[in-house]
Design a protein around this ligand. Sequence first.
Ligand SMILES: Nc1ncnc2c1ncn2[C@@H]1O[C@H](COP(=O)(O)OP(=O)(O)OP(=O)(O)O)[C@@H](O)[C@H]1O
Ligand SMILES: [Mg+2]
Length: 663
Amino acid sequence: MPPEGRGGGTRPAPLFDDHIDVDTEMTARDVLRVVGRCIAYVRPHWRLFVLKFGLMLGTFVPLLVAPWPAKILVDHVVLEHPLTDSAVRFPPFFMPFIGAVEGMDPAGLLLATLALVLVLVVLFGAGMAETRDNTAFLAQGQDTATQSENMISAGWSLSGGLWGLGDLLCNIRLVQRVTDSFRTHLFRRLLRLPMTVLDDQRIGDGIYRTMYDAPAVQGICFDITLTPVVSVLLAAVSVYVMEYSFGHIVPELVWLGVATMPLALLLTAPLAGLARRTSQASRSSGSATTNRMEEGAAHVAAVQSHGAEAGERANFADASKESFRRHRHVVAVDVAINLCSGLALLVLGVRAFVVVTDGIVLGDLLPGDLLVVLGLFGGVAAASLTLGRLWVDLQKNAAGVRRVFFFIDLPGDDAASGRTAVSVSSDVVFDRVGLVYPDGREALRDISFEARVGQTVALVGPTGAGKTSLAYMIPRFLRPTAGRVLFDGVDLGELDVDAVRAQVAYVFQEHVLFSQSVGDNLRLGRPDASDPELEEAARVSGAHAFVSTLADGYGTVLGNGGGTLSVGQKQRISIARGLLRDAPILILDEPTAALDPETERTLVAALEDIKRDRIVFVIAHRLSTIAGADRILFMEEGRIVEQGSHEELMALPDGAYRRFVTG
Ligand SMILES: Nc1ncnc2c1ncn2[C@@H]1O[C@H](COP(=O)(O)OP(=O)(O)OP(=O)(O)O)[C@@H](O)[C@H]1O
Ligand SMILES: [Mg+2]
């Protein structure tokens, strides 16, 4: 299901939504499962959590105590009713104060009550429920991303004053720690994802999930632990005080108090699913905006050279507008939910007001009681609203956290997940290997062959045949979706991925050089290589001659991505780097494409020497590179259609390889 009813339930438009994370619908059970997993991130910080819980309980004090001094001031100081002559009973927790002030004249009572109020203000702030709220003070816009950024360091407390300050600081610390563990976990997983995933989903999306989706975890942690317990407790204590103090005079008041919570729950629950879907859609389009930004900036040369600025700008503007539009939906659902529950509570509040004023007119109650009832009713209403919104907030946060867990759960290349003692000494075997890319494209089918130490194996075939895909499986950059790849008879799935990669030196089809010195670039895979070894590898790949002419020789620092070298020079350095790595398996993807015939001959001759104690895989188009290979695997459309030596394959009268090389 799409995240939102776009296009009447068809798949989401790829421009604004995820490419691989498309199944975004969650059932109530999925939400609960996500919630359960979030608890694991709070567990390490349980001490802080318990402190926060204690501080939150403390915030009840002003909510429950503050209405009573107000009553005393109105009824017993201003109207001068005797304290003992009130039909309303003071709650037990307030009795010590009553005991202390009993018998005082109105002036004394005034001073004592003001002193109590002063203590309450210093400790808990001026209002009865002065919510202390802060964000990270970052500029914030009307979209999910910037608001999430603020949430990471946001805190709140039901109370003001010194207590509220302590509560707030504790809250911020806890939120930061939980979010920190969560997003660091996600980033660790992102770095180990198979390369196909980031190809598909792109970097901007990864950034969005790490920075903007991960903070939702703290909402969940509070929503399911502190919030319900504290809300129910607050409502229960408020109703208890209503019953204790007013139950014998106006019982209806107690029932009104009791009714608020179920009513708030009933009215908000139906909107919870809608809240989750709008939140999911908003986050998804936020990711798309980040992706657009990342792609445009990363490929700025291509954009400028093709005069594509206007198109890129329009694409970004579309994504940005869509992101804001979807955030407006989130706000609209929020407003609807608040309106529904707020209106219902208002009706109950007005009824409570009428009941109490009736009581005052009839003489059963005193005017100050109205203040007490409003205070207590406010407590119940606030608790009910919070509890009513709980499921809604939980759903919205679950939408964010689900996006994080989606990446955390993707099978990645976990290190230390299998045997680490690997050393290829005999062969690499492909056993009926198949590969389907995440987008459903089948790149390889039923690939079986054996390559022994001492052999050169050439992968040959037209473009798109699957040569690179096949080679990527050897260092486990890609995992087979069918069949097995074995090193010395052991399935790679049983081996530690880092140990597997240590066995392979891979020279990529696209050269990856860093803006470091030539020497550092060569030593990437083997930092302890000696200078003579370095030079030897560079000689074989034909790099030594031109490196010697550079200003600082091997110490010359290259431009960004090796940009100060020609393509052929970059290729030679990449090859030298692969040779230097000295791993039992050497894979060269199109090594000779940019080499002149002379260097190619040197390299091919050198490979003869190198293969003695290794397996060399070469992907090439040039006959001069492949003809000498011990075995040629000729591929077409993801399958090996012929295999054998050059002579054997050329001897097939109407062979595909023969046709390929003779053109
Ligand atoms: N990340 C990917 N997701 C989906 N399909 C992919 C991906 N990478 C490659 N493919 C597809 O898999 C098929 C094989 O690609 P591969 O790169 O292995 O071909 P190749 O034989 O190395 O081609 P070339 O000679 O041009 O390098 C192609 O059809 C390609 O479109
Ligand atoms: Mg290729």
